[in-house]
Design a protein. Sequence first.
Length: 373
Amino acid sequence: MTKPKFDRNYPFNDLPFLPPSIKLDNDSDILKKLVSASRALASVNINIMRLPNPYMLVNTIALQEAKTSTEIENIFTTEDELYKAVSDSIREEKADVATKEVIRYREALWAGYHTMKETKTLNLQLILSIFRQIKNTTSGIRPPQANVVIKRGQSELRPGEVIYTPPRGHDTVERLMDNLISYLNDHNKYPTDPLIKMCIAHYQFEAIHPFQDGNGRTGRILNLIYLVHTGLLNQPVLYLSKYIIVNKSDYYYNLGTVTHLGSWKKWILFMLDAVENTSVLTNNLINDILEQMDSTLRYSRSKLKWYTKEVNEVIFSQPYIKPKVIGKVLGKSSRTTLTKLMEELVVAKIVTPRKDGSEVYYLNEDLIRILAG
């Protein structure tokens, strides 16, 4: 194996182009983990199709992914503020900075997904659009004069110490990004299994560090978009960020072993393990939501004559519900009528009211419990 020339205090301009110089596809440990991770991921695809409306995951699993992904970057918001914001556009406009960061991540994820489905390709413009939406900016690839370094956080041992200096120089980042995009798209030239490719490409993107900020979040969205692009996932709803934050020290350690030692195997095994474990978690989440939806529908129909399958799906589309959403499904807009319907849902203990100033939100506590599990 060729060891990359690396000094954390100097730009890593010797970052090797992809593919890695060592063969990874025929390693027995990687192949064994690849089989189990691929099976687990395939089961998520099957399970997603069991949902009456797969897009309901936009406000459930995808929202949890957005929240956890921003927490990896030490950006925190409460679930209460987040659920209020996504259920009310006016509240979203007034949300605090952290909440807006989470919402932008979710919107960048779904905008990237839809763009990829339309264009059928992964290119620099798509990656730039994801980054720009996350950061609410018009900037692009960091310029060569930007002295970007990655330092230890204030809560870590030796806070402020430089741990990595990404490549820097005229056209250096652009050339590395061109190589990365070619590696992801050219399956004839680079016939690596797409799941292994995702693991390799995620390291490379983080090592290139193409933007001044927001690289981690952009890279994690790119993982999901790539899985959809290659047909391994129907929708970008794999909750990878939770596994990363639970195993954050291992994540950064294994990233570092590739940079310092050119050691790919442990990194790929870690990422494949993340895919497998996250697939199991996602399947459990979908199963719990479906079982609760079925239970709530049967119970509610016995209590309320007007309660329909469509109303049930709306109530499980997001944790906090506004009356107008129910009204839209039922074709009713009268405030008096909607108030009466919501009161009936409260009496039946299907939703719980929560007053916030002059606004009232209705909580699906069963869904909140499942998402928090």
